[in-house]
Design a protein around this ligand. Structure first.
Ligand SMILES: *Cc1c(COP(=O)(O)O)cnc(C)c1O
Length: 423
């Protein structure tokens, strides 16, 4: 038995499902999760000594690759000064200044410890300042696991929410309306359903949690004007796309400015950091200035801030975005070509350094079309790639992330491994 299998067996005795986040289980692709011992650059190594080219990037944060020497050094230096004080630090100021400088919509920002916390807090702020309760979200978009977001749509175009987890009260779910991604009419219908009570629209400006689905021309602009005409706020959840689609996130790429933005993942450079920010007049409604309450013992933790600050500084200095986009074009272009050549139905969606190959024959533009993917075929593809030394996220509906540490040869290896699966 492998050491990974031993550890998984032992973990299942003390941790539900043996994992601390359900996406880490290999439930949808079969097999057991691999226990990781270390990672460096584009590679991760498991506890049995196998090495893989990593396409998961810790689900997005590791845009510079693993164990970047400058990031590690910044965290090490910070740790030597103590790990937490529960009082403000200069690092938090510098990170906040950098966020405000880089993200177009953010005039003021507050640091938290996860994307979940960021989205949850932004929603509370939107409800607090508008005095309204309803939120419009999109089927297939993920905003962390706070109660109001764990709502799935039924089969109708717009459906008053049914909780997708026990433990979410129906009375709360009733305030969440699901609309269809890339479908402005479904948003209009949601506004009609909850007339006068919609606090905000929250959206992933590039959807990254139902595979990758870019916004179609006019979609984000349409959300901006629907929010405005209905007196609601527009929240971009840029936890994945922030510092990934561009240094200024998807909002800089598409030129649409939300009222509030949530950040996470890359912002912490692999340490736990989230943030929410936006217009100063809105952010000034947060305690201690205003009445909307939110707090965190480890918010702005000095180690996490050091890792995040160094990551953003390197991104600003090295500007790897053009090269990342070119490698992404090459990777996903080659996969589409190879699949077509062998008559394998495949839809590759990608933007910047995030992408997804759906095993489906029709273009993927929303949750419903994403759901047509052949997940059994994906499971076989996933385990085949793993055998060839390529570590993909264990679900059809997760993104592949390239990092600045992926070399031309790494991308060639990924392409060759995938091509051999199509043949
Ligand atoms: C990952 C993610 C979150 C949740 O972030 P956590 O740090 O896992 O809590 C929220 N929104 C989006 C778009 C995400 O991808």
């Amino acid at each position: 038995m492998s050491r990974s299998a031993d550890l998984f067996e032992a973990s299942q005795r003390v941790i539900p499902g043996g994992v601390n986040s359900p996406v880490r289980a290999f439930a949808s692709v079969g097999g057991d999760p691999i226990f990781i011992a270390s990672a460096e650059g584009s590679r991760i190594r498991d506890v049995d000594g196998n090495e893989y080219i990593d396409c998961v990037s810790s689900w997005g944060p590791m845009i510079l690759g693993h164990a970047h020497p400058e990031v590690i050094d910044a965290v090490r230096v910070a740790a030597l000064r103590g790990t937490s004080y529960g009082a403000p630090t200069e690092g938090e100021l510098h990170l906040a200044e950098l966020i405000v400088q880089l993200v177009p919509s953010i005039e003021k920002v507050r640091l938290v410890s996860s994307g979940t916390e960021a989205a949850m807090s932004a929603l509370r702020l939107a409800r607090g300042v508008t005095g309204r309760d309803a939120v419009i979200k999109f089927e297939g978009c993920y905003h962390g696991h706070a109660d109001s977001f764990l709502i799935k749509a039924g089969s109708g175009a717009t459906t008053l929410g049914n909780p997708s987890s026990p433990g979410v009260p129906d009375s709360l779910a009733a305030h969440t309306l699901n609309a269809t991604y890339n479908d402005l009419e479904s948003v209009e219908r949601a506004f009609e359903e909850a007339a006068g009570d919609v606090a905000c629209i929250i959206v992933e400006p590039v959807a990254g949690n139902m595979g990758v689905i870019p916004p179609e021309a006019g979609f984000l602009e349409g959300l901006r004007s629907l929010a405005d005409s209905n007196g609601a706020l527009l929240i971009f959840d840029e936890v994945i796309t922030g510092f990934r689609c561009s240094l200024g996130g998807a909002q800089a790429l598409y030129g649409v400015t939300p009222d509030l933005t949530t950040l996470g993942k890359i912002l912490g450079g692999g340490l736990p950091v989230g943030a929410f920010g936006g217009r100063a007049d809105l952010m000034d409604q947060m305690a201690p200035l205003g009445p909307v309450y939110q707090a965190g013992t480890l918010s702005g933790n000095p180690l996490a801030v050091a890792g995040g600050l160094k990551t953003l500084e390197i991104l600003l200095r090295d500007d790897p975005y053009k090269e990342l986009a070119a490698e992404s074009d090459r990777l996903f272009g080659a996969l589409m070509e190879g699949a077509t050549l062998h008559g394998e139905p495949l839809q590759a969606n990608w933007i910047a350094s995030m992408g997804c190959c759906f095993f489906a024959s029709e273009p993927i533009r929303d949750y419903r079309s994403a759901s047509t993917s052949d997940t059994v075929r994906f499971a076989a593809f996933h385990s085949g790639m793993l055998e060839k030394g390529v570590y993909l996220a264990p679900s059809q509906f997760e993104a592949t992330f390239l990092s600045a540490a992926h070399t031309t040869e790494d991308v060639d290896t990924i392409i060759a491994a995938a091509q051999s699966m199509f043949a």
